[in-house]
Design a protein around this ligand. Structure first.
Ligand code: ZN
Ligand code: ZN
Length: 338
């Protein structure tokens, strides 16, 4: 089969012919119909995230059809439309037992991170990771549910969003658009921060009450103005550069929570007094859990959340997709079609 292969940091991805995987005991083989490009994939290329596994097929936002069922798995599943949950936890450690497979101490697999992912024609996953996809959701809409929406569901849970809170979504891209809508569903006053008018317009269309253009406006001053001086109860930090981290800290309300999802090479530096006197909380959020993927699918099925697609590109044009994402030009997700 064809697959886009990663060969380590600072090396180009290559479209290659590789053996089609075979579903082992307890697994299914998925014929991939769509695979989303996530910012994390760019972090692999730059070396910012380096798990030391290569060659590897990237891609952890995967939707398709079950093509084969391995030993012990019901053949009736063949033909089912599914989204892949990309963590395969050990099911045994303290975190897996508490449903936090994203923190598993002994991961058996993680598609597109340490085991082969979705930039390919086929992928194999544990049968329990193949989450049923309703017919009403197209494959290209479904793929980004796998990370960008489900990560937003996870971060929203960690933030314990409450009705009427002032919520800043700092960075209006794939996860950001999902967070704008999640915050809206929680009855928050939603403020989107970005640098591109088209992306900010889309955030307003999805329910952001206010937007701030960080290129032209003073973010902290604007957040204070919009919130009558109080500041943001929750800030989802999707950018993680010095400027955004500094603006975020300065925008935070007392008892505010800053939730880090994005990161760069920059370090987060804050004098503890700033956290002490405001009783602020700093929270990290990584990935998502299987039950959050089920929730994300039902949020899309019921029309409560929209997945925003900038464009689809065929797998052989993966470079064009990655470049559009790294240039910051895409308004919404870019999805590869094999
Ligand atoms: Zn992702
Ligand atoms: Zn585990």
């Amino acid at each position: 089969m064809k697959a886009v292969r990663y060969h380590g940091p600072n090396r180009s991805l290559e479209l290659e012919e590789v053996p089609t995987p075979v579903a082992s005991s307890g697994e299914v083989l998925i014929r991939i119909a769509a695979a989303g490009i996530c910012r994390t994939d760019l972090h692999f290329l730059s070396g910012l995230l380096n798990l030391g596994v290569s060659p590897l097929t990237l891609g952890h936002e995967i939707a398709g059809t079950i093509e084969e069922a391995g030993p012990g798995i019901d053949k009736a599943l063949i033909g089912n439309r599914v989204i892949a949950y990309y963590y395969t936890g050990c099911q045994n450690c303290e975190y897996c037992r508490r449903g936090m497979e994203n923190l598993c101490a002994n991961l058996k697999g993680q598609n597109g991170f340490i085991t082969d992912g979705g930039y390919a024609e086929y992928v194999k996953v544990s049968a329990r990771n193949a989450v049923p996809l309703p017919d009403s959701i197209s494959f290209q809409t479904a793929a980004p549910i796998g990370c960008s929406l489900t990560t937003a569901v996870h971060a929203s849970r960690l933030a314990r969003l409450a009705q009427g809170e002032n919520v800043v979504v700092y960075g209006v891209g794939g996860v950001g658009y999902s967070l704008v809508q999640m915050a809206r569903l929680h009855g928050a006053n939603v403020i989107g921060v970005g640098r591109t008018p088209a992306k900010l317009a889309k955030a307003r269309e999805l329910g952001a009450d206010h937007t701030i253009n960080a290129r032209e406006q003073n973010v902290a001053d604007e957040v204070r103005r919009i919130t009558n001086g109080k500041g943001a109860d929750v800030i989802f930090e999707l950018v993680g550069v010095l400027e955004s981290m500094d603006n975020s800290v300065r925008s935070l309300a007392k008892r505010g929570r800053i939730v880090f999802i994005g990161y760069s090479r920059d370090s987060f530096s804050v004098h503890p007094i700033q956290l002490v006197i405001t009783e602020a909380k700093v929270i990290g959020s990584v990935g998502n859990s299987l039950d959050e993927l089920y929730e994300a699918v039902s949020l899309v099925e019921s029309g409560k959340i929209q997945i925003v697609i900038d464009r689809t590109v065929t797998m052989d044009r993966f470079d064009e997709g990655l470049k559009a994402l790294s240039d910051g030009k895409a308004v919404g997700k870019i999805v590869l079609l094999p």
